[in-house]
Design a protein around this ligand. Structure first.
Ligand code: ADP
Ligand code: MG
Length: 251
């Protein structure tokens, strides 16, 4: 039975998509069947994996037009598949709240996929709207990327409150896999201070692995490949390999 991870933070640009794509690629490289579900209408994970946004995907799965198993598409990478984000998905943010029980749509639709995939990663949009709620209801664990910058802690308390609420009301299984420090620049005192502060605030909750700021990580999406297929030995590749091991070890 596969495990479902949501990669969530209502802030944009903190490294959610980079983490979803690259952790998925590292797990797939280890030979596990892995699925990325692009829950963000912006479709960055879809494009970052070199897949077109023109076929059916998460939108059709949420509306029930298509069973999830039929909407899955392969990527160019062994053991890595995707449920794409099409431009239609933006409409789901308005349509979902109109129907009762809509928070469970994604959970119910992708549950059968646990048979086929060892790891399912849900890349969330930068909001706590209906799509993110669907992802958090569907997930077993949540990974929270935190950009290592001055306002890092801002919004984290609110996010944790939302997670507790979802856990209480909608998904008692949900736990925090960990917070992940991203775009860390070890040369700056600021990054060191922010890291210390986040670890002090949330002891035991922060992954040991820290993702460095790395040019290769930023440019890989423009080639439509995860970083380990762009430059397997760069610091970004090494960090995401370490993180994938840590995620798997935390169970
Ligand atoms: P989110 O999904 O949270 O909005 P992204 O993963 O898309 O954030 O990252 C935002 C931008 O920063 C993207 O252009 C991405 O390529 C870049 N980026 C993410 N992580 C790193 C990193 N560790 N080093 C350099 N650039 C990064
Ligand atoms: Mg994103």
């Amino acid at each position: 039975m596969g495990t479902i991870y949501a990669i969530a933070n209502q802030k944009g640009g903190v490294g959610k998509t980079t983490t979803a794509v690259n952790v998925a690629a590292c797990i797939a490289a280890a030979g596990y069947e892995t699925l990325v579900v692009d829950v963000d209408p912006q479709g960055n994970a879809t494009v970052g994996l070199g897949v077109d946004r023109d076929s059916a995907g998460v939108y059709e799965v949420l509306t029930g037009e298509l069973p999830a198993a039929e909407a899955i598409r392969p990527t160019a990478i062994d053991h890595l598949s995707i449920l794409v984000s099409t431009p239609d998905l933006a409409g789901a943010t308005m349509e979902l709240p109109r129907s009762a029980g809509s928070e469970m749509r994604l959970r119910d639709a992708i549950a059968p996929l646990r048979e086929d995939f060892a790891f399912i990663l849900l890349d969330c949009p930068p909001s706590l709207g209906p799509l993110t709620v669907n992802a958090l209801v569907a997930a077993d664990r949540v990974i929270v990327p935190v950009q290592t910058e001055y306002f890092a802690l801002e919004g984290l308390a609110g996010l944790l409150d939302t997670l507790s609420l979802i856990q209480r009301e909608l998904n008692p299984r949900l736990t925090v896999a960990g917070m992940l420090l991203t775009m860390h620049d070890a040369r700056t005192k600021l990054a060191q201070d922010v890291e210390r502060e986040v670890r002090e605030h949330f002891p035991a909750l922060v992954f040991d692995t820290v993702i460095p700021r790395n040019v290769r990580l930023g440019e890989a999406p423009s080639y439509g490949v995860p970083v380990i297929h762009h430059d397997p030995h760069c610091a970004g590749s090494e960090a995401y390999f370490e993180l994938a091991k840590e995620v798997a070890a935390r169970g």
